[in-house]
Design a protein around this ligand. Sequence first.
Ligand code: NAD
Length: 331
Amino acid sequence: MMGVKGARALVCGGGGFIGGHLAKRLLDAGAASVRVVDIKPQSDWYQVHGETENLVLDLQDKDACFQATEGIDAVFQLAADMGGMGFIENNKALCMLSVLTNTHMLMAARANKVGRFFYSSSACVYNGDKQTNPDVVALKEEDAYPALPEDGYGWEKLFSERMCRHFREDYGLETRVARFHNVYGPEGTWQGGREKAPAAVCRKVLEAKHSGKHEIEIWGDGHQTRSFMYVDDCTKGILDIFSSDILEPINLGSSELVTINQLVDIAEDLAGVKLKRNYNLSAPKGVNGRNSDNTLIQKYLGWEPNIKLRDGLAKTMNWIEQQMLAGVTVK
Ligand code: NAD
């Protein structure tokens, strides 16, 4: 079984949120070397680790994928044009163009005889009809079919999952796929339009606290339910899935379900403020309810999230507050 210790690893999209944390975890786990690739200029990466090889490449380009995978044993493909609901509902074509990255990365990994290829899929692949009620039944892996994923972003993820499967079956490239459910934490997007709910809520609550204008705009009616996974739980799960013999896409998410109103309650409590809530019913709000069924990952890997939402949100909020006070603007 292939692990990451001693492996020459590649993190695609490592200038981004999860990739930046993953590169650090790979170093800590004893990878022989870690190459990090992102399209953004290095000055915009959330984290730059001194011990990694850092390359700026556009992985939609096939030659760049060949360059990135040269001499690599373990690929972690996280590069994607993505963001929260506000972004993916308004940028469907852009989201779908990530199919170029996934296609070329798989072709290059096969040609360069990479040992194993991890792909970061998403809970957005799940059939929308199973997510209409805030009183959710947690999503099991089989609920992706019959296919009715999130338009644009979700279709691209589902298609790329299938490519991973067929590259494994037809060409023997060892692929592993995880479906991430809402990941949050420090060193990620918190402003500018691509941020997701936990970071957006932390930012809005902090803005209200610092401005003294004690109001908050909430997208939707606040009753939508979600689960949120802290980034350290996510990177641990990525390495566990990578090293496993789980061939089918598997959920990687928290099953601690909260409403958006409850998320705001926690953020208000952490910031020590109470805000008037203005609900924007015409803003993008995504499906009504979504949760991760963790039966399979618990059975195969004994994995479950360690970090409670309140604790993870406190760390995230601290980091966002530091960014705000330092006057950092969007990357
Ligand atoms: P992120 O936007 O912070 O990171 C993605 C990185 O990919 C960015 O730094 C971006 O510059 C880079 N990238 C985009 N196009 C590229 C290209 N053509 N070439 C090279 N780099 C490119 O996002 P994230 O939250 O870290 O997400 C990482 C992966 O996990 C993505 O594939 C995303 O779809 C998936 N995912 C994330 C979540 C979540 O809650 N954050 C949930 C489900 C799935």
